[in-house]
Design a protein around this ligand. Structure first.
Ligand SMILES: N[C@@H](CCC(=O)N[C@@H](CS)C(=O)NCC(=O)O)C(=O)O
Length: 226
């Protein structure tokens, strides 16, 4: 299988299946398409044109099959590798896990807009301004903190549903944003963030992002240099 991703530092959607595959130990070649632009002539779009009609990453290619969109990829690998138990095993927990992934997939626009993923950056002052000025950011952070800490309490950790599962991969870019923008969270959520970042699959992604050293202007609304 091949997983098409973009810059590890910036591509929050790529991070989810990237972390999932690595942490689950599923063999997969990563193909990185650098964000050189989003116009039709960019190498990024050209590199995707025969693979994904939507022109976005991530895309998982398995033989003749291309699967795009993070949720579809997650479901595909969960079905293909049932022994990996990528969703929680109890039906009710699985339904809950799917609900929070779907909530993440279509929500949290306040934080996603104001605090774009940038693993390499540390921007506490931008985070403080976003929290001061944007109610949507305050609401998203409160919801995320409550959601994560209550799941940790219910399933007794160390991950959201006990052992590592798709929701942990799903929330890993959210954790990156909380860290980069130094957004304040409860001690329970903070502990989870530290454990998540130490997971080999997550650590490998973070290390890869830090090693890129590829400063892309249009992905950097808050910095003029690394
Ligand atoms: N809902 C999609 C979102 C994918 C997405 O927006 N990917 C970004 C990179 S993080 C992208 O390829 N953007 C290119 C563009 O918007 O033209 C998914 O889950 O895969």
């Amino acid at each position: 299988m091949r997983l098409y991703i973009a810059n590890k530092n910036y591509s929050s959607w790529s991070m989810r299946p990237g972390v999932l595959m690595k942490q689950a130990g599923i063999a997969c070649e990563e193909v990185m398409l650098r964000f050189d632009g989003f116009d039709a002539q960019s190498k990024f779009k050209q590199g995707l044109k025969d693979i994904n009609p939507v022109g976005k990453v991530p895309v998982l290619v398995d033989g003749d099959l291309a699967v795009w969109d993070t949720l579809a990829i997650s479901e595909y690998v969960a079905e293909k590798f049932p022994e990996k138990k990528l969703w929680p095993t109890a039906a009710a927990h699985r339904a809950h896990a799917r609900s929070i992934c779907a909530e993440m997939h279509s929500g949290f626009m306040g934080i996603r807009t104001a605090c774009p993923m940038n693993i390499d950056a540390y921007l506490p002052e931008i985070g403080a301004l976003a929290l001061r000025d944007k109610e949507a950011v305050r609401n998203d952070l409160k919801r995320i903190d409550t959601l994560l800490s209550s799941l940790l309490k219910e399933h007794k950790g160390p991950m959201l549903f006990g052992e590592f599962s798709i929701p942990d991969a799903y929330f890993s870019p959210v954790v990156m944003r909380i860290k980069t923008y130094a957004l304040p969270v409860s001690a329970e959520t903070q502990g989870y963030m530290e454990r998540l970042c130490a997971m080999p699959g997550v650590k490998a992604w973070i290390d890869g992002a830090l090693a890129e050293k590829d400063f892309i202007d249009f992905e950097e609304p808050f910095r003029t240099k690394p």
